[in-house]
Design a binder for this molecule. Structure first.
Ligand code: KIV
Length: 271
């Protein structure tokens, strides 16, 4: 079996090659994502929206993350699997954050955690990395703060950009091995990317980052109504799925499925 990616190896890609990352929430897609050769899979708390049908990521619980991350890990991916720390699993204090990160690793077998925020989260990042757990940071539009932001708008415009640059440095100093930059102006993302020596992974942050991450369901068109400007849709699986299901239902109704090739007779061995 080929070796699995480590956080150290992913970090070392900075300046050498761009890093593609995709979210993943279950066993079946983890197998497909891994076959496609991603070095990093992110079990994002976006599963609150894409899989559980919540309007925000705020209702997502630690148990939900562990449940889905464990399913991804059962695919035995070669990719580094990073698991999002959900709302309130790391904000209370650094000790509680370490306990939650430890549960994620012990109960799923995943390789790393991701948590949102800069100066507010730096203590938690430091505590977790000092325990030997690789951490991915997340700055800019951090969806767990949607109520504070008042929506999902671009972050870091104007002087607020300087705070994000400082936050990125704080996360690097606290031991993060990479940082997601979400929905910030492209020139700011380039500035942060030049400033830190760990890879930046952009989403809606332009081409100047060290890597890019997108939500699997957005790339594949599984939620057709949702298409923000920063998403590129590489397939239209939503339509393909509905078409296939209509054909199946039609064939059941008209009796053309199952055909003789799908039925068993008395003698034949059943494979
Ligand atoms: O939860 C998630 O999917 C994320 C990515 C969009 C970065 O945090």
């Amino acid at each position: 079996m080929a070796k699995r990616w480590t956080a150290r190896q992913v970090r070392a890609l900075k300046g050498k090659e761009r890093i593609p990352v995709v979210t993943c929430y279950d066993w079946a897609f983890a197998r497909l994502c891994d076959e496609a050769g991603f070095p990093v899979l992110l079990v994002g708390d976006s599963l609150g929206n894409t899989v559980l049908g919540h309007e925000t990521t705020i209702p997502v619980r630690l148990e939900d993350m562990i449940h889905h991350a464990a399913a991804v890990m059962r695919a035995r991916p070669k990719a580094l699997v990073v698991v999002d720390m959900p709302f309130l699993s790391f904000q209370v204090n650094a000790e509680k954050a370490l306990e939650a990160a430890g549960r994620i690793l012990q109960e799923t077998g995943a390789d790393a955690v991701k948590l949102e925020g800069g100066h507010r989260s730096a203590d938690a990042v430091q505590k977790i990395t000092e325990a030997g757990i690789p951490v991915m940071g997340h700055l800019g539009l951090t969806p767990q703060s949607v109520l504070e932001f008042g929506g999902y708008g671009v972050q870091g415009r104007g002087p607020a950009g300087n705070i994000l640059v400082d936050d990125a440095c704080l996360l690097e100093d606290a031991g993060a091995f990479s940082i997601v930059l979400e929905k910030i102006p492209a020139p700011l993302a380039e500035r942060i990317t030049r400033k830190v020596s760990i890879p930046t992974i952009g989403i809606g942050a332009g081409v100047g980052c060290d890597g890019q991450v997108l939500v699997l369901h957005d790339i594949l068109g599984l939620v057709p109504a949702f298409k923000p400007r920063f998403v590129k849709r590489y397939a239209d699986l939503g339509a393909t799925v509905v078409e296939a299901l209509i054909r199946y239902a039609t064939e059941v109704r008209d009796g053309s499925f199952p055909g003789p090739e799908h039925a068993y007779d008395e003698e034949e061995e059943s494979p």
